[in-house]
Design a protein around this ligand. Structure first.
Ligand code: SAM
Ligand code: ZN
Length: 339
Protein backbone atom coordinates (compact mmCIF):
# COMPACT_ATOMS: atom_id res chain seq x y z
CA UNK A 1 0.00 0.00 0.00
CA UNK A 2 1.29 3.50 -0.82
CA UNK A 3 2.32 5.42 2.23
CA UNK A 4 0.87 8.90 2.43
CA UNK A 5 3.50 11.44 3.43
CA UNK A 6 1.03 12.98 5.85
CA UNK A 7 0.41 9.77 7.79
CA UNK A 8 2.88 7.50 9.53
CA UNK A 9 0.38 4.80 10.31
CA UNK A 10 1.37 2.47 7.51
CA UNK A 11 5.11 2.64 8.00
CA UNK A 12 4.73 2.52 11.76
CA UNK A 13 2.84 -0.73 11.47
CA UNK A 14 5.58 -2.40 9.43
CA UNK A 15 8.20 -4.00 11.64
CA UNK A 16 11.18 -5.52 9.89
CA UNK A 17 11.26 -9.23 10.41
CA UNK A 18 14.42 -11.12 9.55
CA UNK A 19 14.09 -14.67 8.41
CA UNK A 20 16.16 -17.29 10.23
CA UNK A 21 19.06 -17.04 7.84
CA UNK A 22 19.03 -13.26 8.12
CA UNK A 23 19.09 -13.41 11.90
CA UNK A 24 22.02 -15.81 11.80
CA UNK A 25 23.78 -13.62 9.30
CA UNK A 26 23.34 -10.62 11.56
CA UNK A 27 24.57 -12.57 14.52
CA UNK A 28 27.66 -14.09 12.99
CA UNK A 29 28.69 -11.30 10.73
CA UNK A 30 27.78 -12.67 7.30
CA UNK A 31 27.30 -9.90 4.78
CA UNK A 32 24.57 -11.80 2.99
CA UNK A 33 21.16 -11.76 4.44
CA UNK A 34 17.62 -11.73 3.25
CA UNK A 35 15.32 -9.27 4.84
CA UNK A 36 11.61 -9.24 4.72
CA UNK A 37 9.00 -6.78 5.67
CA UNK A 38 5.73 -8.17 6.84
CA UNK A 39 3.12 -5.81 5.55
CA UNK A 40 -0.08 -4.94 7.32
CA UNK A 41 -1.82 -7.93 5.80
CA UNK A 42 0.86 -10.22 7.12
CA UNK A 43 2.49 -11.31 3.86
CA UNK A 44 6.30 -11.10 3.61
CA UNK A 45 7.81 -8.90 0.89
CA UNK A 46 11.49 -8.86 0.09
CA UNK A 47 12.94 -5.39 0.38
CA UNK A 48 15.84 -3.82 -1.49
CA UNK A 49 19.47 -4.85 -1.02
CA UNK A 50 20.22 -1.33 0.10
CA UNK A 51 17.78 -1.63 2.97
CA UNK A 52 19.11 -5.05 3.91
CA UNK A 53 22.67 -3.75 3.95
CA UNK A 54 21.69 -0.79 6.05
CA UNK A 55 20.26 -3.20 8.58
CA UNK A 56 23.69 -4.79 8.84
CA UNK A 57 25.42 -1.58 9.83
CA UNK A 58 24.60 -1.83 13.54
CA UNK A 59 26.70 -5.00 13.61
CA UNK A 60 29.67 -3.10 12.23
CA UNK A 61 29.70 -5.19 9.08
CA UNK A 62 29.79 -2.21 6.78
CA UNK A 63 32.43 0.43 7.12
CA UNK A 64 30.89 3.84 7.71
CA UNK A 65 31.71 6.71 5.41
CA UNK A 66 35.22 7.93 5.99
CA UNK A 67 35.02 11.05 8.13
CA UNK A 68 37.68 12.70 5.93
CA UNK A 69 35.17 12.70 3.07
CA UNK A 70 32.67 14.71 5.07
CA UNK A 71 32.22 18.43 4.75
CA UNK A 72 33.36 20.67 7.55
CA UNK A 73 31.58 20.30 10.87
CA UNK A 74 28.33 22.08 11.34
CA UNK A 75 28.76 23.31 14.92
CA UNK A 76 28.23 26.83 16.22
CA UNK A 77 28.67 28.30 19.71
CA UNK A 78 25.99 26.74 21.96
CA UNK A 79 25.46 30.04 23.79
CA UNK A 80 25.45 32.79 21.17
CA UNK A 81 24.96 30.52 18.11
CA UNK A 82 27.70 32.32 16.17
CA UNK A 83 30.43 30.48 14.22
CA UNK A 84 33.35 28.87 16.01
CA UNK A 85 36.92 29.18 14.91
CA UNK A 86 38.56 26.06 16.12
CA UNK A 87 37.01 25.72 19.53
CA UNK A 88 36.77 29.43 20.23
CA UNK A 89 33.70 31.55 19.67
CA UNK A 90 34.62 34.65 17.71
CA UNK A 91 31.66 36.56 19.13
CA UNK A 92 31.30 35.78 22.84
CA UNK A 93 34.96 34.71 23.10
CA UNK A 94 34.16 31.54 24.97
CA UNK A 95 36.71 28.77 24.70
CA UNK A 96 35.60 25.17 24.45
CA UNK A 97 37.58 22.01 25.13
CA UNK A 98 37.76 18.67 23.48
CA UNK A 99 38.21 15.13 24.74
CA UNK A 100 40.03 12.68 22.53
CA UNK A 101 39.11 14.71 19.44
CA UNK A 102 35.45 15.17 20.42
CA UNK A 103 34.45 18.83 20.94
CA UNK A 104 32.86 19.60 24.30
CA UNK A 105 30.31 22.26 23.42
CA UNK A 106 28.44 22.45 26.71
CA UNK A 107 26.87 25.80 27.49
CA UNK A 108 28.77 28.01 29.93
CA UNK A 109 25.53 29.19 31.56
CA UNK A 110 25.54 28.51 35.29
CA UNK A 111 22.05 26.99 35.14
CA UNK A 112 23.50 24.10 33.13
CA UNK A 113 26.49 23.51 35.41
CA UNK A 114 25.01 20.18 36.48
CA UNK A 115 25.35 18.87 32.91
CA UNK A 116 29.03 18.00 33.38
CA UNK A 117 28.29 15.93 36.48
CA UNK A 118 25.42 14.17 34.75
CA UNK A 119 27.82 13.44 31.90
CA UNK A 120 30.25 11.84 34.39
CA UNK A 121 27.49 9.58 35.71
CA UNK A 122 26.82 8.41 32.16
CA UNK A 123 30.56 8.05 31.48
CA UNK A 124 30.62 5.46 34.27
CA UNK A 125 27.56 3.72 32.86
CA UNK A 126 29.14 3.39 29.42
CA UNK A 127 32.56 2.40 30.81
CA UNK A 128 30.99 -0.49 32.70
CA UNK A 129 28.26 -1.62 30.31
CA UNK A 130 27.91 -2.28 26.63
CA UNK A 131 24.45 -2.27 25.09
CA UNK A 132 23.46 -0.46 28.27
CA UNK A 133 19.82 0.02 27.28
CA UNK A 134 19.09 -3.22 25.49
CA UNK A 135 16.76 -4.41 28.24
CA UNK A 136 14.79 -1.18 27.76
CA UNK A 137 13.83 -2.55 24.37
CA UNK A 138 16.64 -1.37 22.08
CA UNK A 139 16.68 -4.66 20.22
CA UNK A 140 17.81 -5.12 16.59
CA UNK A 141 14.12 -5.23 15.57
CA UNK A 142 13.50 -1.94 17.35
CA UNK A 143 16.52 -0.30 15.70
CA UNK A 144 15.47 -1.39 12.21
CA UNK A 145 11.91 -0.29 12.80
CA UNK A 146 12.94 3.11 14.10
CA UNK A 147 15.48 3.66 11.30
CA UNK A 148 12.78 2.88 8.73
CA UNK A 149 10.41 5.30 10.36
CA UNK A 150 13.05 8.04 10.31
CA UNK A 151 13.82 7.32 6.64
CA UNK A 152 10.11 7.62 5.84
CA UNK A 153 10.28 11.25 6.95
CA UNK A 154 13.78 12.22 5.94
CA UNK A 155 17.07 10.95 4.64
CA UNK A 156 18.57 14.45 4.82
CA UNK A 157 20.38 16.02 7.75
CA UNK A 158 19.56 14.14 10.96
CA UNK A 159 20.51 14.86 14.56
CA UNK A 160 20.24 12.30 17.34
CA UNK A 161 20.15 13.72 20.84
CA UNK A 162 21.48 11.40 23.55
CA UNK A 163 22.77 8.86 21.03
CA UNK A 164 24.49 6.75 23.70
CA UNK A 165 26.67 4.07 22.13
CA UNK A 166 25.33 4.85 18.64
CA UNK A 167 23.41 1.68 17.84
CA UNK A 168 20.43 3.54 16.43
CA UNK A 169 22.59 6.23 14.84
CA UNK A 170 24.47 3.59 12.87
CA UNK A 171 21.19 2.27 11.44
CA UNK A 172 20.04 5.69 10.17
CA UNK A 173 20.10 6.63 6.52
CA UNK A 174 20.77 10.35 6.44
CA UNK A 175 22.86 12.32 3.97
CA UNK A 176 24.39 13.97 7.01
CA UNK A 177 24.41 12.68 10.57
CA UNK A 178 25.10 14.58 13.76
CA UNK A 179 24.85 13.32 17.32
CA UNK A 180 25.23 14.76 20.77
CA UNK A 181 25.38 13.21 24.21
CA UNK A 182 26.46 14.37 27.65
CA UNK A 183 28.91 11.47 27.88
CA UNK A 184 32.16 11.61 25.94
CA UNK A 185 32.58 7.92 26.74
CA UNK A 186 29.32 7.22 24.88
CA UNK A 187 30.50 9.21 21.86
CA UNK A 188 33.87 7.44 21.81
CA UNK A 189 31.97 4.19 21.54
CA UNK A 190 29.47 5.55 18.98
CA UNK A 191 32.13 6.86 16.61
CA UNK A 192 33.51 3.34 16.23
CA UNK A 193 30.17 2.35 14.73
CA UNK A 194 29.34 5.24 12.47
CA UNK A 195 30.76 8.42 10.95
CA UNK A 196 28.87 11.46 12.19
CA UNK A 197 29.51 14.93 13.56
CA UNK A 198 29.80 14.15 17.26
CA UNK A 199 30.01 16.57 20.14
CA UNK A 200 29.33 16.62 23.84
CA UNK A 201 26.45 19.07 24.26
CA UNK A 202 23.15 19.55 26.02
CA UNK A 203 19.81 19.54 24.27
CA UNK A 204 18.93 22.78 26.06
CA UNK A 205 21.71 24.65 24.20
CA UNK A 206 22.25 23.00 20.86
CA UNK A 207 25.40 24.00 18.95
CA UNK A 208 23.59 24.19 15.60
CA UNK A 209 22.25 27.10 13.57
CA UNK A 210 18.52 27.60 13.25
CA UNK A 211 16.47 26.06 10.43
CA UNK A 212 19.27 23.72 9.37
CA UNK A 213 18.15 20.16 10.20
CA UNK A 214 15.54 17.96 8.56
CA UNK A 215 14.87 15.69 11.50
CA UNK A 216 15.82 15.38 15.17
CA UNK A 217 15.35 12.21 17.19
CA UNK A 218 15.67 11.45 20.88
CA UNK A 219 15.05 7.97 22.25
CA UNK A 220 14.66 7.67 26.00
CA UNK A 221 16.19 11.10 26.55
CA UNK A 222 13.34 13.57 27.07
CA UNK A 223 12.92 12.30 30.65
CA UNK A 224 16.53 13.39 31.29
CA UNK A 225 16.45 16.93 29.96
CA UNK A 226 17.41 19.38 32.70
CA UNK A 227 14.81 21.81 31.35
CA UNK A 228 12.44 20.05 28.95
CA UNK A 229 10.80 23.30 27.74
CA UNK A 230 14.17 24.85 26.84
CA UNK A 231 15.35 21.67 25.15
CA UNK A 232 12.17 21.29 23.12
CA UNK A 233 12.28 24.92 21.98
CA UNK A 234 15.93 24.44 20.96
CA UNK A 235 14.97 21.43 18.88
CA UNK A 236 12.25 23.49 17.23
CA UNK A 237 14.79 26.24 16.51
CA UNK A 238 17.30 24.00 14.71
CA UNK A 239 14.70 22.21 12.59
CA UNK A 240 13.75 23.49 9.17
CA UNK A 241 10.05 24.41 8.80
CA UNK A 242 8.17 21.16 8.25
CA UNK A 243 11.01 19.19 9.90
CA UNK A 244 10.15 16.34 12.26
CA UNK A 245 11.05 15.62 15.85
CA UNK A 246 10.66 11.96 16.80
CA UNK A 247 10.85 11.47 20.54
CA UNK A 248 10.33 8.21 22.38
CA UNK A 249 9.51 8.16 26.06
CA UNK A 250 8.62 5.55 28.67
CA UNK A 251 5.60 6.94 30.51
CA UNK A 252 5.21 6.64 34.25
CA UNK A 253 3.57 3.46 35.53
CA UNK A 254 2.09 2.44 38.87
CA UNK A 255 3.72 -0.44 40.81
CA UNK A 256 0.93 -2.77 39.61
CA UNK A 257 1.48 -1.71 36.00
CA UNK A 258 5.24 -2.31 36.36
CA UNK A 259 4.73 -5.85 37.68
CA UNK A 260 2.20 -6.53 34.94
CA UNK A 261 4.68 -5.22 32.38
CA UNK A 262 7.48 -7.53 33.59
CA UNK A 263 5.09 -10.52 33.52
CA UNK A 264 4.27 -9.70 29.90
CA UNK A 265 7.93 -9.16 29.02
CA UNK A 266 9.25 -12.37 30.56
CA UNK A 267 6.45 -14.86 31.30
CA UNK A 268 3.26 -14.46 29.34
CA UNK A 269 2.47 -15.18 26.54
CA UNK A 270 6.13 -16.10 25.82
CA UNK A 271 8.06 -17.50 28.81
CA UNK A 272 11.69 -16.31 28.71
CA UNK A 273 13.20 -17.57 31.97
CA UNK A 274 16.81 -17.10 30.84
CA UNK A 275 16.17 -13.49 29.83
CA UNK A 276 14.40 -12.91 33.14
CA UNK A 277 17.33 -14.38 35.05
CA UNK A 278 19.73 -12.12 33.13
CA UNK A 279 17.51 -9.11 33.85
CA UNK A 280 17.45 -9.85 37.60
CA UNK A 281 21.18 -10.63 37.70
CA UNK A 282 21.95 -7.30 36.02
CA UNK A 283 19.72 -5.45 38.49
CA UNK A 284 21.43 -7.11 41.45
CA UNK A 285 25.05 -7.44 40.34
CA UNK A 286 25.57 -4.51 37.98
CA UNK A 287 22.65 -2.13 38.41
CA UNK A 288 22.56 1.02 36.31
CA UNK A 289 21.39 4.06 38.16
CA UNK A 290 20.81 7.14 36.09
CA UNK A 291 19.60 10.63 36.91
CA UNK A 292 16.02 10.97 35.68
CA UNK A 293 14.63 14.51 35.89
CA UNK A 294 10.95 13.67 35.46
CA UNK A 295 8.50 11.02 34.34
CA UNK A 296 5.78 11.92 31.90
CA UNK A 297 2.24 10.91 31.33
CA UNK A 298 1.03 10.94 27.73
CA UNK A 299 -0.67 14.30 28.25
CA UNK A 300 2.26 16.05 29.97
CA UNK A 301 4.69 15.02 27.23
CA UNK A 302 2.25 16.18 24.56
CA UNK A 303 1.76 19.47 26.40
CA UNK A 304 5.50 20.08 26.52
CA UNK A 305 5.79 19.56 22.76
CA UNK A 306 2.77 21.69 21.90
CA UNK A 307 3.61 24.52 24.27
CA UNK A 308 7.06 24.67 22.70
CA UNK A 309 5.51 25.19 19.26
CA UNK A 310 5.34 21.67 17.78
CA UNK A 311 2.32 20.08 16.18
CA UNK A 312 1.93 16.48 17.36
CA UNK A 313 0.89 14.50 14.28
CA UNK A 314 0.77 11.06 15.83
CA UNK A 315 1.59 9.08 18.96
CA UNK A 316 2.74 5.56 18.11
CA UNK A 317 2.46 2.79 20.70
CA UNK A 318 2.01 -0.97 20.75
CA UNK A 319 -1.68 -0.28 21.39
CA UNK A 320 -2.22 1.85 18.28
CA UNK A 321 0.33 -0.12 16.21
CA UNK A 322 0.36 -3.70 17.57
CA UNK A 323 3.36 -4.72 15.46
CA UNK A 324 5.58 -1.93 16.68
CA UNK A 325 8.48 -3.69 18.47
CA UNK A 326 8.12 -1.77 21.72
CA UNK A 327 8.49 -3.57 25.07
CA UNK A 328 5.12 -2.46 26.34
CA UNK A 329 2.23 -0.02 26.06
CA UNK A 330 4.10 2.45 28.28
CA UNK A 331 6.49 3.16 25.39
CA UNK A 332 5.22 6.12 23.34
CA UNK A 333 6.75 7.58 20.23
CA UNK A 334 5.65 11.13 19.48
CA UNK A 335 5.86 12.28 15.88
CA UNK A 336 6.03 16.06 16.12
CA UNK A 337 6.36 18.62 13.32
CA UNK A 338 7.68 22.15 13.14
CA UNK A 339 4.88 24.15 11.49
C1 SAM B 1 18.71 6.40 28.83
S1 SAM B 1 20.04 6.91 27.83
C2 SAM B 1 19.38 6.59 26.22
C3 SAM B 1 20.45 6.31 25.20
C4 SAM B 1 19.94 5.94 23.80
N1 SAM B 1 19.18 7.02 23.19
C5 SAM B 1 19.11 4.68 23.85
O1 SAM B 1 17.90 4.76 23.98
O2 SAM B 1 19.69 3.60 23.78
C6 SAM B 1 19.96 8.68 27.93
C7 SAM B 1 21.13 9.37 27.20
O3 SAM B 1 20.84 10.76 27.08
C8 SAM B 1 21.98 11.53 27.42
N2 SAM B 1 21.46 12.81 27.98
C9 SAM B 1 20.87 12.98 29.17
N3 SAM B 1 20.50 14.25 29.33
C10 SAM B 1 20.86 14.90 28.20
C11 SAM B 1 20.76 16.26 27.75
N4 SAM B 1 20.19 17.20 28.51
N5 SAM B 1 21.25 16.57 26.53
C12 SAM B 1 21.84 15.62 25.75
N6 SAM B 1 21.96 14.32 26.12
C13 SAM B 1 21.48 13.97 27.32
C14 SAM B 1 22.74 10.67 28.42
O4 SAM B 1 24.10 10.99 28.44
C15 SAM B 1 22.45 9.26 27.93
O5 SAM B 1 23.43 8.77 27.06
ZN1 ZN C 1 29.55 32.43 21.49
Amino acid sequence: MFIQQSSVSEVARKPLILNDFGALALKFGSAICNQYVADCDGGPNQVSDALALTALRPCGLLLPKNSDQREERMFVCPDCKKPLEGLRCQTCRREFEQADGIPILISHETRYESARNIGKVYDDVYKNHTKAWEDQGRTPEFLSYFADLVAHFSTGSLLEIGCGEGFLLSALRGSRLAAIDLSSEALRSARQRVAADFCVAIAERLPFSENTLDLVLAVGVMEHFIDDGEATREILRVLKPGGRYLTLIHVDMSVGERINQKIKEYFFPRPRPVAFFQYVAKKVIRPISQPIQRLYKRQTARKCLEESGFVVDEIISSVTHPRAPFIGPHVLLFVARKP
